[in-house]
Write a protein that binds this ligand. Structure first.
Ligand code: DGT
Ligand code: MG
Ligand code: MG
Ligand code: MG
Ligand code: MG
Length: 269
């Protein structure tokens, strides 16, 4: 077929193919969720509806897109790790990033009402995206550890902060003053001695965030079959295995998680 004289404009497209043999991480983050969470009356410091909705959207992303080995989320962010050997869209960075962010954003709006039953969505939320490559398994584990450590630091701070404001009646500025320069141990101590809260008993989802992995699930379903020699259809139970995206709220900084799920970092992935 003859090409039009306009074809040459294609040559202006920049090549954004990412390096081979690297883990491709796409992280998205809610745009101005400080305001969004206020306007939609998110519970402080953690709103289960918001966290579960984020996870539902991330599960949708993993199911709809190709080659995602693991995802990790906390607060208004989620990271998706594409397999080192992925050939999806010829490893074009813009395809990975835009598909993740748009699938996630449309899911956030689509599933909103399932999680926020009494709270209307007041305006369309947005998410930013970035892409980072990690050449070694250790780099990838350190990346995920960094996000989980961030979750821990913020959640410990926010838990004490909102206790001081909501229970002790401090103003936000006073609570901030009180916490200035305190270490993790000091914050644990305030929670324990002033509010009788053992931080380690706070929900795991708040302290560890959410890890999404693929797991084989066997389900028993009933199937109608017709045996050759019989007239009527018969119902039989059959077991089939499916891979499903499963949320976990566990530590991913230590070795135990990676030893338990070695397939995530397996060489052929
Ligand atoms: P950005 O990301 O630069 O556009 O701005 P923000 O405002 O999204 O900032 P970011 O991402 O650093 O912080 C996340 C905000 O979302 C933070 O203000 C707290 C809020 N947020 C996230 N999850 C929850 C929640 O479960 N409850 C409440 N109350 N707020 C939450
Ligand atoms: Mg930010
Ligand atoms: Mg944000
Ligand atoms: Mg954030
Ligand atoms: Mg098209």
């Amino acid at each position: 077929m003859a090409k039009s004289k306009f074809e040459y404009v294609r040559d202006f497209e920049a090549d954004d193919t990412v390096l081979p043999n690297c883990w491709i991480v796409v992280r998205l983050d809610g745009r101005n969720f400080h305001r969004f969470s206020e306007q939609h009356e998110f519970k402080k410091p953690n709103d289960d509806r918001a966290l579960h909705l984020m996870t539902k959207c991330a599960q949708t992303v993993m199911q709809e897109l190709e080659d995602i080995a693991i995802a990790y989320g906390q607060s208004d962010e989620y990271s998706f790790v594409f397999k080192k050997k992925s050939r999806w869209f010829k490893r074009r960075a813009s395809k990975f990033m835009t598909h993740v962010v748009s699938q996630f954003s449309s899911s956030y709006v689509f599933y909103w009402k399932d999680y926020f039953k009494d709270q209307q969505l007041l305006y369309p939320p947005g998410f930013d995206g970035r892409i980072v490559l990690y050449p070694s398994n250790q780099n990838l584990k350190d990346y995920l550890s960094w996000r989980q450590a961030d979750c821990h630091i913020n959640n410990l701070y926010n838990t004490v902060f909102w206790m001081l404001v909501q229970r002790s009646g401090l103003t936000p500025v006073q609570a901030q003053e009180r916490l200035r320069g305190t270490l993790a141990g000091d914050k644990n101590e305030i929670l324990f001695s002033e509010f009788n809260i053992n931080y380690n008993n706070e929900p795991l989802m708040y302290r560890k965030g959410t890890v999404l992995i693929w797991q084989k699930i066997s389900e028993v379903i009933t199937k109608k079959i017709k045996l050759p020699k019989e007239e009527e259809e018969k119902e039989v139970e059959v077991t089939r295995t499916k891979t499903k995206v499963v949320p976990l709220h566990c530590d991913i900084i230590g070795d135990q998680f990676w030893e338990e799920y070695p397939e995530i970092l397996a060489e052929d992935s």
